[in-house]
Design a protein around this ligand. Sequence first.
Ligand code: LP5
Ligand code: MN
Length: 250
Amino acid sequence: MPDRHLFISDLHIDCSRPDIVTGFFQFLDENKNNCNALYILGDLFEVWIGDDTVSDVELKVSEKLCEFSKCGPSVYIMHGNRDFLIGNDYAKRCGATILEDHHIISTGDENLLLLHGDTLCTDDAEYQQFRTLVRNKSWQEEFLSKTVEERRNFAQEARDKSKSETSLKSDSIMDVNQEEVLKLFQKYHVSKILHGHTHRPAIHELKVKSKKLSTQTVQRIVLGDWDERGWWAELYNNRLSLKSFALSND
Ligand code: LP5
Ligand code: MN
């Protein structure tokens, strides 16, 4: 088995995009026998309102991920800003483990920090306020105690509000804050950070001062969202690359 780890994020799966589901399932079939692990770095689903109301497509995804994991690879799910309510019940159905946002993996003599990416968007004060509210445990318990219909309505209202507000926000507000990025490199002493959320796939190189005050070149790799293309990153023999394939509409 090669030392191969795969990373995806922001598939935003729901029943309106069968092309994304098909592309995802093909991706799983192609990789089930030749990787050690799949890391899903948030927003696998368009929206998640609780493990007790699983739709047909969400059920199919769990069955496919479970089949994938039974072939050998470990599956890890990190929460995104749309599906932070995925719980252990659903993860278990997928044969997956939920990962804390901000997770470090070792790659030979370097370390790689994984995160969804929304925590880096600190200029977006309204979003950060919303995030603090909905990531609060008691808020979540109260939300999950509502009926499915009530939760669905709240989620729809939040999506509508988010769509109208993001259409008015500038691109720079919705991107990562550079100081926050530098702080993260220094805090975790990693040479690479991999995240999604901003939907701006790229590999950025930047210079940071290390503990010994020497300057080190580090990388921030950003996964793309699955829309016209399916984006993924591969860590193979300690080399990290960003890849994509066309999602077909037929
Ligand atoms: O998601 P996206 O790409 O549109 O934009 C995100 C940020 N928006 C969000 C909000 C989610 O889209 C909402 C869906 C989450 C569903 C979770 C299930 C249950 C929760 C129910 C909550 C009541 O994450 C957006 C960022 C953008 O990324 C870029 O980083 O800018 O942030 C916002 O738009 C935040 C807004 O400024 C406010 C968010 C809406 C809050 C509305 C709550 C009203 C609901 C009624 C409750 C009384
Ligand atoms: Mn996101």
